[in-house]
Design a protein around this ligand. Structure first.
Ligand code: FMN
Length: 428
């Protein structure tokens, strides 16, 4: 069996796309996302992962025109406002929110995540990102962003400190004894006195110990630095790599890093992004995928510019691309340029269909379920993260079409066996 999740962009869902309803009016309300969470729980999925970025992109053409016209990556609301609503509307589903480690104080993060874990019986998690865009750095008071690998060194110390703060209350510190009138035993609440290269905190945390132990830690980094951080601290990793061979390489590489970090490969559940296109018939699905894949050169250039922070409109479309070096999302940018040789022109790169997932698949629910099962057998785990369009129609296709097909093949759970997200992730 494998795990299933959904990657959610807390921005205008599928703006100007078919079946997206009155997205421009309704996106600020939690309704659609709560419906998604309930549908995912009905489908017995593991977790919803809320993406985040605290900036308006303006790399392409040096302005935010294209991104705001298309509601691409902006505007967004703060996921921290939605997470409690999603956790309150569900009983089993995990909800993972993204925090940018360079710009979120460790004490505040430890307190927020511990509170969410306590309110939800241990179903909350945190996705550690180092915020790839210089505009984020400038929004938080810096002129330049931290260097790529250096910000992963900072993230290592950040999550180490957050973990120590989560441990500052012993699990049985709360006595709650009405007889003696003692709520908590102060001898079981400990100072942290952490002083590192980047962070300092006295502690203890002023919440109580989070339910289920440490909230789930997720990581999305693809570079060696990102993977090493994941191998050391993550419980689940979300990955977007192009195709089966890349998925196998990613899994094998992470297994090596986990063992080197003194952990077991089964300690981390890797979920690969997938955007299945579903139809009543195979032909209908293939036709739908062709429509979805039909992208414009402008759209591709805006994605490359967003991921790299470099304005790709400056390059001659019919010339080979110069070497691209970026301090932003390096592995995802390189992923988009993958398969290019020194002669490949930018037009050829930008004319490729947009790859939304690690596995490109379209067909009837049963056909797609078969492909996902074979892929996971070949890759060796641990599951898929639905990514891409968000409409009520697509939610129904996935949770009421694809999920039952996967279950009929014994590929996903029929019932939750645990209470906390950690128990459900570690169940298989
Ligand atoms: C599935 C997935 C989800 C991601 N979510 C976020 C996010 O919410 N916020 C963000 O700033 N970066 C996000 N990223 C980007 C990563 O944090 C990272 O920048 C990117 O994978 C490049 O990795 P690298 O920095 O290790 O090269 C995501 C990446 C993937 C694959």
């Amino acid at each position: 069996m494998f795990h299933m999740g959904w990657f959610l962009n807390y921005s205008v869902p599928s703006w100007a796309k078919d079946w997206s309803g009155e997205a421009a009016r309704d996106w600020v309300k939690p309704d659609l996302y709560i419906e998604l969470a309930k549908a995912m729980e009905r489908a017995r999925f593991d977790y919803m992962m809320l993406e985040d970025g605290a900036f308006i992109p303006d790399a392409f053409e040096g302005t935010s025109r294209y991104y705001l016209e298309k509601a691409n990556h902006a505007p967004k609301l703060d996921p921290a406002t939605l997470v409690p609503l999603l956790l309150d509307a569900t009983r089993h589903l995990g909800v993972i929110m993204t925090l940018a480690t360079p710009y979120y104080p460790p004490f505040a993060a430890a307190r927020l995540m511990s509170s969410l874990a306590l309110q939800s019986d241990g179903r909350a998690g945190v996705n550690l990102v180092t915020a790839h865009n210089v505009r984020t750095a400038q929004n938080f008071g810096r002129d330049e962003h931290y260097e790529h690998d250096f910000r992963y060194e900072m993230a290592d110390e950040w999550i180490d400190l957050v973990g120590r703060l989560w441990d500052s209350w012993e699990d049985d510190a709360v006595v709650g004894d009405h007889e003696s009138g003692v709520f908590a035993d102060h001898t079981k609440v400990h100072l942290v006195n952490f002083e590192g290269r980047f962070y300092k905190s006295r502690g203890p945390l002023n919440t109580i110990a989070p339910t289920g132990g440490h909230p789930i830690v997720c990581q999305a980094g693809g570079s060696p630095a990102g993977r090493s951080l994941a191998a050391k601290y993550a419980d689940t990793v979300v990955a977007s790599v192009p195709g089966i061979e890349a998925m196998k390489e990613y899994r094998a590489d992470m297994d090596e890093r986990l063992i080197a970090a003194g952990r077991k490969p089964s300690d981390v559940k890797i979920l690969f992004t997938i955007s299945p296109v579903l139809g009543e018939t195979h032909e209908e699905a293939v036709a739908k995928k062709a429509r979805i894949d039909a992208t414009t050169i402008e759209d591709s250039l805006s994605r490359l510019s967003w991921s790299s922070g470099i304005d790709f409109s400056q390059f001659d479309l019919d010339s080979p691309l110069p070497e691209i070096k970026t301090n932003a999302a390096s592995s995802s940018t390189l992923g988009m340029l993958q398969g290019s040789n020194p002669e490949t022109t930018l037009r050829e790169i930008a004319s490729r269909p947009v790859r939304l997932g690690s596995l490109e698949v379209s067909g009837t629910p049963d056909e797609v379920a078969a492909v996902m099962g074979e892929a996971m057998d070949e890759v060796g785990g641990d599951g898929f993260l639905i990514a891409g369009q968000l409409t009520r129609r697509y939610i129904t296709e996935v949770t009421d079409g694809l999920a039952p097909a996967l279950r009929r093949r014994g590929l996903i759970r029929s019932e939750y066996s645990g209470t906390t997200l950690r128990e459900n992730l570690q169940a298989f």
